[in-house]
Write a protein that binds this ligand. Sequence first.
Ligand SMILES: Nc1ncnc2c1ncn2[C@@H]1O[C@H](COP(=O)(O)OP(=O)(O)OP(=O)(O)O)[C@@H](O)[C@H]1O
Ligand SMILES: [Mg+2]
Length: 256
Amino acid sequence: MSENGDKPADILTTKDVVAGYIPEVDILNGASMRAAQGEVVTIVGPNGAGKSTLIKTIFGLLTPRSGSIVYRGDEISGLRPHDITRRGLSYVPQLDNVFPTLTVEENLELGALAKGKPTERIERMYELFPRLGERRKQDAGTMSGGERQMVAMARALMPDPDVLLLDEPSAGLAPAFVDAIFEKVKEVNEAGVTIVMVEQNAVRALAMSNRGYVLDLGKDRYEGRGQDLINDPKVAELYLGGGGGRTEAQAEQAES
Ligand SMILES: Nc1ncnc2c1ncn2[C@@H]1O[C@H](COP(=O)(O)OP(=O)(O)OP(=O)(O)O)[C@@H](O)[C@H]1O
Ligand SMILES: [Mg+2]
């Protein structure tokens, strides 16, 4: 259902989320973002900005200290990850995202929600990722970085989610695999899955996104259409240039 004639409704929003790992140390300092149904939304920002923390908090691995996380109109903060998965969100972690001693197929089986062998869904994943079908009996730990990323993505897609949270899907991959991964992300999105991803390959990711956010020191600093963020001289200089300078938020903090 649309809020108005042409704008699809938000499927996921975070508002002023504060969260952290250690008591009294806030990593997220009021992070707000939204994703409309069917969008690709990318979150970029410097190392340590809290990008992974935001994704983990949405998925219920951390409980917000304040603020709200709303999925399809329901507050989901405080729910456990498996309840969040049941509601239709899936998550691919930045690191350690496959079971290395299990085969490709066993990894996919573990991703399924229902009991029993989810044969049809697994076959659907092999259609989407033919490479995995060829290697279904291979241990996931012996596959290349790009192939492992595909296993992780396929595992997260097993429950047929409406929203896929991806943390750095292209990290550490050779250029050919970066292309392949972004191509798959696009394909998954075109099949109807809303994508919220974090990416260091910021320009690449923003270029294929409907909208994006720059997160710095745990707060959303810029929001815009993907291409508009790329073209914004300030964003480009501070966050997309790969320069080693102080970011705007860090400069403000130093001055205060
Ligand atoms: N499990 C943890 N326990 C304590 N502190 C943590 C934990 N995980 C992350 N942090 C801290 O939270 C801050 C933000 O980390 P986070 O991983 O969210 O950053 P990021 O933006 O994803 O960075 P990167 O681009 O390097 O992946 C960092 O200062 C980090 O040290
Ligand atoms: Mg991270």
